[in-house]
Design a protein around this ligand. Sequence first.
Ligand code: ZN
Ligand code: ZN
Length: 291
Amino acid sequence: MSIIESLRPFERNRIYDMVYAAGVDVSDWDNSKKGKVKNPAANPKYCYNWSFVEPGKVVVLNLWHDDLKEQDGDVTDEWNAREIAERGRSSVTKARAMAMDHAIQLAFKEKLPIRVVLCEGTKRNRNDPDSAASKVSFRFLDSEPWHVARYESGSGQCTLMRGLGGSANRYVDQFDMPVPEGGPAQKVPVKGSTHIRRPEVRRFALDRANGKCEYCGAVGFTMTNGQVYLETHHVVPLHEQGPDSVGNVVALCPNHHREAHHGNNRVEIRKKLQHKLASLAPNNSLQARRP
Ligand SMILES: [Zn+2]
Ligand SMILES: [Zn+2]
């Protein structure tokens, strides 16, 4: 079975549930101009939209399964929402297409992961102004995140591609979260001076860990937007003058991160992690990975 065939929708899920599962705040679906709505999932202000945005986190797009193409194992969808907006006859179609174009541009600019709702049904004939509106029979949320592989700012033509493909980071840590625990994370005050945690060091450790805790090997959990979460940790803490280098930073599951700080076996954990980092040398350097 081809990848595309395996992605054919066969169930009919509610947009509300999928958008929520993808990490978009749906609390406003409760409200309409007239006040509280009885059935938020059917709120017409939202449920017919083609795209949804959670700023800084994720973009959700409805795509037709019919439009998918496969090339060398890559699943893509060529889109031009702007063109649809220009040609659309109703103001509602125009507005939804423009919103979709904006969402794609945002995902492209900010390298946000995209979650895709794949739809199947009767597509409206765009060349026939009298054809009936599209009707979705089946739809589901693709478990794999997507990204914008190409966006032509002049025309709005774009290529959406399944997988994160290096445009958005597959692996993230506590400092990538919108509101890091314990306040601003980049700066750690140390005896009057300030230590910076270099993003390239964290990124290197996350890539090296490949989504698995470098202490126990457990896979980090997958977030609503499709990224995999671990926590980066200085084996010798910055306040003990540990260096902010890839030879001193590991990626841990949240449980072992806490344990490395507060467990009664934290000395042992530190030793094991130091041993592990030492065994990785000499490939364990930022320079070694640079092209
Ligand atoms: Zn662990
Ligand atoms: Zn730590």
